[in-house]
Design a protein around this ligand. Structure first.
Ligand code: 5GP
Ligand code: MN
Length: 336
């Protein structure tokens, strides 16, 4: 393991740096990555963000987005960047399986591997770890890494601030989740002072949807929402055919699960979707209920207590049945 002084010394010389983040990047994955990217290029590093897959269009406006390499679309360029990197930053994930085929490339690379993350149970593949599960977003950790560890608050420019604000805003569900502490609000205030235009970022992320996305949401809420009062649980499941009918793209289903959770008394909400190669589950819960435990134990996944995900190779209907059969085990927690 390297210490901060050794990493800091390395970063005093121009390096070839790859910043990567998890499969199907979300706002925090891209926000933390582009925040760090916009910081590193000011120091003269040759830095690139390499995402394992594509990500939603509502994140494409972020500063530096045009320089992002997507592994599944530019595999050769991405492979070469990883092979030549002297430092690889792994942001918003802590297990190499979360970056698909890129995982082995990163594992085999001789680069210094830096993990900045807030998920539980990190895998041991890194040389330097900046990890805190109490952080509301990896973007929060990138901020404190730059300001407190590397002591360069002067380099939090408008581009860095804009990307980090986006990460914190999206991962804290717009500053609503319990981990949105006063310290987070102080960081957010600093980011606004540094040039993040908060109202504009909210607009670009949350008020920037194609018409079909809203129609799909309406369809899910009118026709697909199932409420299991006995378990204070709500679920929405959709088939591949329904996704196609509404021309649903990457990211278009994000957030639908939160509507199910917003019903009075509901403690657990699930969004179960049939993708081409597997069935994906998104779980959300309130309070102490461990959504991640269900994902880990039954659906080969994990995540945070109140926001977790997993997958299943059963059919959609069988997956829904399996989910329902698990609920009695958690009944006491669900009806508290
Ligand atoms: P989402 O429901 O938005 O896809 O995921 C919510 C959270 O659950 C993510 O931030 C991530 O921490 C976790 N998560 C989602 N899918 C998986 C998965 O397949 N494996 C693991 N370990 N975590 C996941
Ligand atoms: Mn995150």
């Amino acid at each position: 393991m390297l210490d901060t002084a050794a990493l800091s010394t390395l970063l005093n010389q121009p390096q070839k740096i790859v910043i990567t983040t998890h499969h199907k990047p979300d706002g925090d994955a891209m926000g933390s990555s582009l925040g760090l990217y916009n910081y590193l290029i000011q120091l003269g590093h040759h830095a690139k963000v390499v995402a394992p897959t594509d990500y939603p269009e509502f994140l494409w406006w972020m500063p530096g987005n045009e320089e992002v390499i997507i592994y599944t679309e530019q595999t050769e360029a991405a492979t070469q960047l990883i092979a030549e990197a002297s430092i690889i930053f792994c942001l918003d994930f802590n297990n190499l399986s979360r970056i698909n085929q890129m995982g082995e490339l990163v594992r085999q690379s001789s680069a210094v591997k830096v993990m900045i993350d807030h998920h539980l149970e990190p895998e041991d593949f890194d040389d330097y770890r900046y990890w805190n599960i109490n952080a509301c977003a990896t973007a929060q950790l990138v901020y404190t890494f730059i300001v407190e560890e590397l002591q360069r608050p002067d380099l939090i420019n408008a581009d860095v601030a804009t990307a980090l604000y986006t990460g914190i805003m999206t991962d804290s569900a717009s500053f609503r989740l319990p981990n949105t502490t006063s310290a987070v609000h102080r960081i957010v205030a600093d980011l606004i002072d540094a040039g993040a235009v908060n109202w504009r970022i909210h607009e670009l992320v949350y008020s920037n949807a194609p018409e079909n996305r809203l129609r799909f949401l309406g369809y899910c809420l009118s026709n697909k929402l199932e409420i299991l009062r006995e378990y204070n649980t709500a679920l929405i499941s959709v088939t591949n055919e329904e996704l196609k009918r509404y021309e649903s793209h990457t990211g278009d289903t994000e957030g639908i699960v939160n509507y199910a959770l917003s019903i009075t008394g509901i403690r657990l909400a699930a969004f179960i979707v049939e993708r081409t190669d597997m069935v994906k589950l998104s779980l959300r819960s309130t309070g102490e209920f461990p959504a991640n435990e269900i994902c880990k134990k039954y659906f080969n996944g994990g995540g945070h207590r109140n926001a977790a995900g997993g997958m299943s190779t059963l059919s959609l209907q069988q997956t829904v049945e399996k989910f329902k059969q698990i609920l009695p085990e958690y009944k006491t927690l669900l009806i508290q």
